[in-house]
Design a protein around this ligand. Structure first.
Ligand SMILES: Cc1cc2nc3c(=O)[nH]c(=O)nc-3n(C[C@H](O)[C@H](O)[C@H](O)COP(=O)(O)OP(=O)(O)OC[C@H]3O[C@@H](n4cnc5c(N)ncnc54)[C@H](O)[C@@H]3O)c2cc1C
Length: 349
């Protein structure tokens, strides 16, 4: 017997995982996923990411299978001005996802579980939906929040190039660079067959900023070579994006919990929030969702936003003091989250 119907807006990580989570707890609920693109996963949104997926702190549910991994990551280099910290990771803690394949597999799994997926189906208005509950997994900026005139919270702007035959390709290493601007640059190894690197920049500053120019300058300063074969960018929501629910609507992934404030990683959080949303809906306590989200994310929200707030002020004073603050905080962070998953050393080379 079908008890209720749920409409999910967005057929990416958060949307498909909410659908799977609902079915895990209650097979009788009718679940419909609406995705605006024609194909699940293999579309521009499926690609709009640096594609690092960390499974630290023992959280392994979103473990991708071999086909959806480009590279296993063994080293994380954090460059702060002239300093370099290298974290050595245990195998399986972090990987470079073939994110399009990862989402496509979730879509197939969803269909096997009786979830209805409508593609080429852009939800233009909430009036188009008749579900008892609606899950907004439309990313950032959320099209549903826009309709409800709810503004998104803090968000960083990003710009990324995928560079083929790149001289910076290192299959097992992800690198971040703090250079004294608000935000950071990253270099992540993508498809090894093409020696691709996802090279990007993200910042909280909105005025007088030309991200493409900044990235081109970074490439020049570091002699990074190769052919640009894909360009993307957009908003990365920085931490929690309140409200988490509104009437019969639950906001998941970028639309609700945003990305990790310190790193901009949102895949992990999209999976966690959608697990929780599915559980709350399927078990009949959707009103508990906001509270469960706060319990899960409040610690890093407080730490992350404090750090970002301080850095925002220091950006105005000067790059030297900003870099000292980032260095201090990075050491603190390594100390606090020492988890057995990795070990960090300072390098002077
Ligand atoms: C440049 C960049 C680099 C990033 N790098 C990383 C990284 O390395 N690691 C990491 O963990 N995170 C990273 N992130 C963040 C990460 O990509 C997101 O946090 C994550 O994808 C959120 O997933 P989601 O399912 O909530 O939203 P999305 O993946 O954005 O999915 C939203 C889906 O909704 C669909 N949709 C939107 N509106 C409608 C509508 N009206 N009707 C129907 N469908 C609709 C879209 O087509 C899309 O499929 C990065 C983000 C950017 C922009």
């Amino acid at each position: 017997m079908i008890i209720i119907k749920i409409d999910i807006v967005g057929g990416s990580i958060a949307g498909l995982n909410t659908a799977l989570s609902i079915k895990k707890y209650n097979k009788n609920i009718k679940v419909v996923v609406h995705e605006k693109h024609k194909i699940i996963g293999f579309n521009h949104e499926g690609r709009r990411c640096g594609e690092v997926h960390s499974m630290k702190w023992g959280w392994s549910k979103g473990k991708p299978n071999e086909k959806s991994i480009y590279n296993e990551i063994k080293k994380v280099e954090t460059n702060i001005g002239n300093k370099k910290y290298v974290s050595y990771l245990k195998l399986g803690v972090s990987s470079m996802l073939n994110r399009q394949e990862f989402i496509s597999q979730m879509g197939k799994e969803a269909e096997k579980n009786g979830i209805e997926i409508y593609t080429n189906d852009k939800v233009k208005s909430l009036n188009d939906l008749d579900g008892d509950y609606i899950v907004d997994a439309s990313g950032c900026p959320s099209s549903i929040k826009r309709e409800l005139k709810i503004k998104h919270g803090l968000a960083n702007l990003t710009y990324q190039q995928t560079i083929e035959d790149c001289n910076w390709f290192k299959s097992d290493t992800i690198r971040t660079f703090f250079t004294g601007i608000s935000g950071y640059f990253w270099a992540f190894p993508r498809n090894p067959e093409k020696k691709e690197v996802n090279l990007g920049v993200g910042t909280a500053l909105k005025e007088n900023i030309n991200l493409k120019q900044m990235l081109e300058q970074f490439k020049k300063d570091n002699n990074i070579t190769g052919k640009v074969n894909y360009v993307l960018g957009g908003m990365v929501p920085t931490g929690l994006q309140r409200p988490f629910s509104y009437k019969n609507i639950l906001f998941v992934g970028d639309a609700g919990v945003g990305a990790f404030p310190l790193t901009g990683e949102g895949i992990h959080r999209a999976l966690i929030s959608s697990d929780i949303a599915g559980e709350c809906i399927a078990n009949g306590y959707p009103k508990k969702y906001p509270h469960r989200i706060m319990q899960e994310f409040i610690k890093w929200e407080l730490i992350g936003k404090t750090f970002l707030g301080i850095n925002y002020i220091l950006t105005k004073i000067g790059p030297k003091i900003l870099l000292s603050s980032i260095d201090y905080f990075t050491r603190f962070n390594f100390f606090v989250v020492k988890s057995g998953d990795y070990e960090t050393k300072e390098h002077n080379d």
